[in-house]
Design a binder for this molecule. Structure first.
Ligand code: C5P
Length: 309
């Protein structure tokens, strides 16, 4: 007689998207070292996939595979593990729950695309589900904010205006779907290093310190051409200072027909807006051929934040 198939421990699957910044206005450093931001995030269709399986109480483990995973710590320095432990601690369950996580990475590390934040957001949602905590993406926001500036946005996704150090997010009214070509560099840029260089270059904080009205209008009307004209990132100058080849890459993308070009977050990934899907694919081909980047990827946005799959 065949052996009965025993069910394995409960498992959940979550995916969480990368973000690009359509606007990133940066003020002078605050007393806590962070910089006040006025930013607009858009979540795009490049995803981390996390599988979380119930483990013995007190066991918190992580394996990563895929894009850049060999460079990542798998101890408590890893934001996904920190997120799982923090959730367990805050729920008063640190000795009663455990989790074994596997992350399949597609978002490059230290790329300005918030891959680590996507991992943390995915871990929060997966563990909350696995441990029956009845906390959804909204309820997890305060904990997400304590883990990192971009983690709250990774939970909500879509298009959103961020303030504070980026952790305070409000969904933006918008219509339309946008087509982007992303160009990945062959090395990363450390976010603190880019902010430090911003300080060293003697920042001239934007006045007024806000998201351009033209950009919000473009999003409301779904006008890609207008959106492309108003992409702005105050970290572009320090990122280019640290990686001068990015300037040429941005120009090549414009010459290839991009209707907007901007460095995402602290870089070095460059995001090129295209008028339609076909043009975005053509852009990825042209950018690859330029030899100025490691690889390219065509993505669309906005997409939802971290979700169970
Ligand atoms: O919040 P997160 O851990 O992602 O920030 C990483 C680093 O980026 C911070 O330690 C800080 O050096 C810098 N940062 C900043 N201002 C922000 C966000 C991040 O200076 N608004």
């Amino acid at each position: 007689m065949a052996e009965p198939i025993l069910p394995g421990p409960p498992t959940v699957h979550v995916r969480a998207p990368a973000k690009i910044n359509l606007t990133l206005r940066v003020g002078p450093a605050r007393r806590d070292g962070f910089h006040p931001l006025a930013t607009v995030y858009q979540a795009v269709s490049l995803y981390e996939e996390l599988t979380a399986t119930l483990a013995e109480p007190g066991v918190f483990e992580l394996v990563t595979t895929g894009e850049g995973s060999e460079t990542l710590p798998t101890d408590d320095q890893n934001l996904a593990l920190r997120a799982a432990r923090k959730l367990a601690t805050d729920a008063g369950l640190i000795d009663q729950v455990g989790v074994s996580m596997m992350i399949k990475k597609s978002i490059p590390v230290a790329a300005g695309l918030a891959g680590g934040s996507a991992d943390a957001a995915a871990a929060l949602l997966a563990c909350a589900t696995l441990w029956d905590l009845e906390l959804g993406p909204q309820a997890l926001q305060p904990m997400a904010a304590r883990l990192g500036s971009d983690v709250p946005f990774a939970l909500i996704g879509g298009t959103a205006v961020g303030s504070g150090r980026g952790e305070s997010v409000v969904p933006a009214l918008g219509r339309g779907h946008y087509y982007w070509a992303l160009a990945f560099a062959d090395r990363g840029l450390s976010t603190p290093a880019v902010y430090n260089r911003y300080d060293e270059l003697g920042p001239t904080p934007p006045v007024p310190f806000e998201v351009p009205a033209e950009l919000m209008n473009a999003l409301r009307s779904g006008d890609a051409e207008q959106l492309g004209r108003h992409l702005i990132n105050d970290l572009e100058a320090p990122a280019i200072d640290l990686m001068p080849e990015l300037k040429e890459l941005l120009q090549v993308g414009r010459d290839l027909g991009a209707i907007g070009a901007v460095i995402s977050g602290s870089g070095p990934t460059c995001a090129f807006l295209a008028g339609d899907e076909r043009s975005a694919i053509d852009l990825t081909v042209g950018l690859s051929a330029s030899g100025l980047c490691r690889s390219t990827r065509y993505v669309g946005g906005p997409v939802p934040g971290a979700r169970l799959i």
